[in-house]
Design a protein around this ligand. Sequence first.
Ligand SMILES: [Fe+2]
Ligand SMILES: [Fe+2]
Length: 239
Amino acid sequence: MQFNHWIHFFNSNAGHFHHFRFTDDHAIDEVERRIIERSLQQFQHGEQSEGKNLFRYAKGFDSDGYLKAIVPFIREEQDHAMILGKFMERNGIERIKGHWVNEVFRGLRRFAGLEMSITVLLTAETIAAVYYKALGRATSSDDLRRICEDILRDEEMHINFQSYTINLLQRDRSWLHRKCLRYAHQFLMAGTIVVVYAGHRRVLRAGGYPAWHFAREVQREFMRADAMILGQGSIATAQ
Ligand SMILES: [Fe+2]
Ligand SMILES: [Fe+2]
């Protein structure tokens, strides 16, 4: 079974946010609130997915290990939403019920098929791997900083997981098919960098990521994922 290691990894990593202890007893100030509030609301909303589309497509994937692996993976994303939601609650930041960028991403995954759906997911993971660095640096809250550090560790492994799966899916594909998917991935990544920077520039700048720096850092993560997809990079838990 090709996903045994991932099932083991996700299960052993499960629930670490359930033991998270909040230690900051003062709320963030108004200046910081203006910088992070909307941005945090959108990312918190984006983390809470039930993974319905992923499950639907995964049923057609010839590996029962994959279906078992995505259960704890999705739970991990929901834990990100849960812990960010708790932080927001403690700081008087309301949860939002929707955001157009998240809806576009969900829409793309709805009609994309498994391979493309995971590619869309990977694009979001790649952004997250840089965004939470910026958020952790932008905040004065020790709690939020620790949350970001923990989420970052998870997101790096999510990038590995998605890349590993795409690599497996592409083994039976033609050269042309792989090339097209790679171009689609690059195109989506470039568009997402622009949209995310436009919507989250306050946090990104406060976290030390002006536009060019942000694009370069995301590109670095993208190249790491791309190497794994092409079978050139090592993937920690999949060995
Ligand atoms: Fe996440
Ligand atoms: Fe993730």
